[in-house]
Design a protein around this ligand. Structure first.
Ligand SMILES: Cc1ncc(COP(=O)(O)O)c(C=O)c1O
Length: 209
């Protein structure tokens, strides 16, 4: 695994390209929206640039988006997969998401959108790993989706997580040493805080747990 540097706007497409040239990786795995653990969201400009790197360099992109639906404010940013369509990389992007964050984690259900040949390969790989996701879980989820309004549920979920983000951010000034900095993500489950110079987060962890 080769890490790619980034900043508040997410990963740096030029660094992605440099890493692809240097390392010849099989794929780029990225969480572009409300990333775990930084809460960062990759800007539209950078998403397009990543899609263009994919097209130019023959790079596969696996875009993991379990948090995108948990947006409390601001405008949604299109998936990298959407930019890949224009960039000519649609045949090498896969989008994965999960019902864990919006419905129920215990069901172990998610979704994959990918080019047909990859879907076939994934099917075989999943069968080799666990035969298949339990039928009862799949039927329960299908029933839930048929009988309930997922959008209405999402509105409730967003409200709950927005409250938690606001409470967390309101508490940080008292909880962290002076000079700490943190972001204010427009959704998701994560806020990233940085301690001031002289503090070591790993050492501080021992005292707070
Ligand atoms: C980026 C990301 N992908 C996937 C998962 C897990 O999803 P699932 O419960 O569907 O395995 C998590 C967190 O649990 C996550 O942060």
């Amino acid at each position: 695994v080769v890490a790619v540097p980034g900043d508040e706007e997410g990963l740096d497409p030029a660094a992605v390209e440099a890493a692809v040239v240097r390392e010849r990786p099989k794929l780029l795995y990225t969480v572009p929206t409300f990333q775990n653990p930084t809460g960062r969201t990759l800007s539209a400009v950078r998403r397009r640039a990543v899609a263009e790197v994919a097209a130019r360099r023959g790079l596969w992109v696996v875009e993991d988006d379990p948090y995108g639906e948990l947006r409390f404010e601001g405008e949604p940013v299109p998936w990298i997969a959407a930019f890949a369509q224009d960039a000519g990389a649609a045949d090498r992007t896969a989008l994965i998401s999960s019902y864990s964050k919006i419905m129920a984690p215990g069901l172990r259900l998610g979704l994959l959108r990918a080019p047909a040949p990859l879907l076939r390969a994934c099917n075989v790989a999943k069968q080799a790993a666990d035969l298949h996701t339990p039928t009862v879980n799949q039927l329960a989820a299908a029933r839930y989706l048929a009988d309930n309004d997922l959008d209405a549920h999402l509105a409730r979920v967003r409200g709950a997580y927005r409250e938690r983000r606001d409470a967390l951010i309101a508490g940080l000034p008292d909880a962290l040493p002076a000079g700490s900095r943190w972001n204010r993500p427009q959704g998701g489950m994560f806020v990233w805080a940085a301690l001031p110079a002289g503090w070591n987060a790993t050492e501080a962890l021992r005292e707070v747990v």
